[in-house]
Design a protein around this ligand. Structure first.
Ligand SMILES: NC(=O)C1=CN([C@@H]2O[C@H](COP(=O)(O)OP(=O)(O)OC[C@H]3O[C@@H](n4cnc5c(N)ncnc54)[C@H](O)[C@@H]3O)[C@@H](O)[C@H]2O)C=CC1
Ligand SMILES: O=C(O)CCC(=O)C(=O)O
Length: 417
């Protein structure tokens, strides 16, 4: 059997090209905005617990820094590749522009399996990776944050390593840190809270009510798990959940706090009592009103898009839908809230964290959540208005807004001759 390998960067570039065409951008501007500005590949040694030394490969890609310092998370996974990091960096550029925060786009990653590493090995790898990319990092140049399989502890090690090299603490060099060292209230929940805000807005647009809406969520980590909790609290019926080990389904509804406890105690959702096991593939095709992919890229493809039963998809993950699937879903009348808008709550509160670190003055959780809600609501409304005026879908509406903002900054700076 021939398996299609879908390049996330090809998906990202095709999305950009369509927006550039609709905006009528000059070929020069397209060339500037399409190309990643900097790509750093690092191979570095880490001592394992058994005394051996293993070489790891990591990346940091800055796609565009015309609107501000490069910003974006760090992913630890065996699947990390330069192509993936490049795509994720490009999506960060448009994401920061959609919500209109003064950052450019970047992303980083290390090829590794953190679930097979001890805490000591993970710390040594995180610190060495931070050292390797410290030539790019800095509060005015490039500010990493968490992404898949990284968390506040990894950010703390990276911040400490960067600060050791400077000779003083530089909390604003990284976001998503623990509160005790300059983290922000609300950052842990921020991506999911943003997903909740746009899901509610999209439901209102479609005339759906939480009490009569069923939800399936793929991925039960920082983004998927907290999104499940928030939508459950909002009154939605969560009927399907999954993690890397597979999915669980109950058409009568899953009690999310119980699922969280079960997952914590057993290491996965597999075997949760009162649920039926499903594969991650089957999960995406379950009967439901709202589908929220919150794990990986390329989950909705030409092979399964026609089988999706949801009428609303909210892309909590980055790049979960291929371009072919996007066309099929649009043709089938499914409303898709695109990743660059849907999951922008995380980077928005990262922006708040950076601002608080720079001014050494911290805000309450209430202030953070209110500001986040206001930015996400304003951005959703702007994207909806743009897509309505331009007679296009929400993804293209978001791209038209984002790309035109980055193009305007580029034009004003006179970056190309
Ligand atoms: N953490 C953040 O602040 C942000 C994350 N995102 C995106 O959200 C997505 C999830 O990230 P996090 O929740 O932070 O990661 P995480 O590491 O906390 O959780 C990832 C979840 O996905 C599951 N998973 C991994 N591989 C899978 C597979 N092949 N099939 C099904 N499930 C699988 C894992 O078991 C876990 O439940 C990623 O696409 C990430 O780029 C987007 C914006 C911000
Ligand atoms: O919080 C940030 O700076 C970036 C989070 C991230 O990696 C993302 O939005 O995909």
């Amino acid at each position: 059997m021939v398996v299609d390998v879908i390049s996330p960067y090809t998906v990202a570039v095709a999305q950009f090209d369509e927006a550039a065409e609709r905006l009528g951008l000059s070929q020069s501007m397209r060339n500037v905005l399409r190309a990643p500005k900097r790509e750093l590949i690092v191979n570095f040694p880490v001592r394992l617990d058994n005394g051996d030394v293993q070489m790891f490969t990591g990346y940091r890609v800055q796609h565009n820094i015309n609107r501000g310092p490069a910003k974006g998370g760090i992913r630890f996974s065996p699947e990390v590749s330069l192509d993936e990091v490049r795509a994720l960096a490009m999506w960060m550029t448009w994401k920061c522009a959609v919500v209109d925060i003064p950052f450019g786009g970047a992303k980083g990653g290390v090829i590794c399996d953190p679930h097979q590493m001890s805490r000591g090995e993970l710390e040594r790898m995180s610190r060495r990776y931070a050292t390797e990319i410290s030539i790019l990092m800095g509060p005015n140049s490039d500010i990493p944050a968490p992404d898949m399989n990284t968390n506040p502890q990894v950010m703390a090690w990276m911040m400490d390593t960067y600060s050791m090299h400077q000779g003083y603490s530089v909390p604003a060099a990284i976001t998503g840190k623990p509160l005790a060292i300059g983290g922000s209230e609300g950052r842990l929940d921020a991506t999911a809270r943003g997903v909740q805000v746009v899901t509610r807005a999209a439901m209102r647009h479609l005339g759906m009510s939480p009490e009569r809406s069923s939800v399936v969520i793929q991925g039960f980590g920082n983004v998927g798990g907290i999104t499940a909790r928030l939508l459950h609290e909002m009154g939605c019926k969560i009927v399907g959940l999954s993690d890397i080990s597979g999915g669980v389904y109950n058409p009568q509804g899953i009690d999310v706090p119980t699922a969280m406890r079960f997952s914590r105690e057993h290491g996965s959702l597999r075997g949760m009592p009162g649920t039926e096991p499903v594969t991650n593939r089957e999960l995406l095709e379950l009967p439901c009103d709202i589908l929220i992919p919150a794990a990986l890229e390329n989950q909705l493809t030409k092979d399964n898009a026609d089988h999706v039963q949801a009428r609303l998809i909210v892309e909590a993950a980055n790049g979960p839908t291929t371009n072919e699937a996007d066309h099929i879903l649009n043709d089938n009348g499914v409303l898709i809230v695109p990743d660059i808008l849907a999951n922008a709550g995380g980077v928005t509160v990262s922006y708040f964290e950076w601002v608080q670190d720079l001014q050494h003055f911290f805000w309450s959780e209430n202030e953070i959540n209110q500001r986040l809600e206001s930015i996400m609501t304003r951005s959703f409304d702007a994207v909806l208005e743009k897509s309505t005026n331009q007679e296009t879908n929400l993804r293209m509406g978001a791209y038209l807004l984002a790309v035109s903002r980055v193009a305007e900054a580029t034009e004003l700076r006179g970056i190309y001759p």
